[in-house]
Design a protein around this ligand. Structure first.
Ligand SMILES: Cc1cc2nc3c(=O)[nH]c(=O)nc-3n(C[C@H](O)[C@H](O)[C@H](O)COP(=O)(O)O)c2cc1C
Length: 210
């Protein structure tokens, strides 16, 4: 059986969090579609509220804590990414943006991404298109066409209603398709990897012949 990894980033602040609930359902839909295609999926969930202080420290010092580095590597090394934010002031929240500010801006190039958001009003659903999608466009990720927004009226008794459920299944199938058509990820980039030819490096440091 093929194996793939899926990173799930949730920027919800509440506990319990509707953002996390949506993220988990998007992950389950993607996993089920990949399983149908004969691919087993390992899901790595990154709940950003657990890393909030470390993210600010990273922004201030330029260095991640060990646990934040692990979370970043879970995201940069995955075959696919599900990124879900609550909408604050008609955009992604600050925690979501700050996390992706500390991810290397080359690390998600060509990575399949499914974006989702929760909000207090359905009127802000297009924040996914005018704020979240352009962020991943800048990172040159491949964002699937269906972005999933959930307003309070889309949940009935804590479960997604039929229309939200259909959007979740469609988005999960689109992400599964993108993950399936790519080779497995080589994992997170090695920060100590040589970016120049070793002989060139030796040549550059050798003193000039007299
Ligand atoms: C500071 C703040 C600003 C918010 N701004 C918006 C907004 O502009 N549009 C909207 O639809 N909801 C807004 N909300 C509501 C949250 O998006 C909504 O409650 C969200 O689903 C919370 O997610 P959680 O349950 O994962 O914490 C705001 C909430 C907070 C705390």
């Amino acid at each position: 059986m093929n194996r793939r990894t899926l990173a799930v980033v949730s920027a919800g602040l509440s506990q319990p969090s509707s953002t996390r609930l949506l993220a988990d359902q998007l992950a389950a839909a993607t996993r089920d579609e990949l399983a149908r295609r004969g691919t087993e999926v390992e899901i790595r969930t990154v709940d950003l509220r657990e890393h909030a202080h470390d993210i600010v420290n990273h922004l201030l010092t330029g260095f991640p804590s060990a646990t934040l580095r692990e979370a970043i590597e879970a995201v940069t090394g995955a075959d696919g990414l599900i990124a879900v934010t609550p909408i604050f002031s008609a955009s992604y929240n600050g925690l979501f943006k700050s996390f992706f500010d500390v991810v290397d801006d080359q690390a998600l190039v060509d990575r399949p991404v499914l974006i989702g958001a929760t909000g207090g009003t359905a009127r802000h659903s297009l924040a996914l298109e005018h704020a979240v999608r352009p962020l991943f466009g800048y990172l040159r990720a491949v964002v699937v066409p269906t972005a999933v927004y959930a307003a309070p009226e889309d949940w009935s008794g804590g479960a997604a209603d039929d229309a939200l459920r259909r959007r979740i299944l469609r988005a999960g199938a689109e992400l599964a398709e993108q993950v399936d058509r790519r080779p497995p990820s080589a994992g997170p980039a090695d920060p100590f990897a040589l970016t120049a030819d070793f002989a060139d490096l030796l040549g550059r440091t050798r003193p000039a012949a007299s």
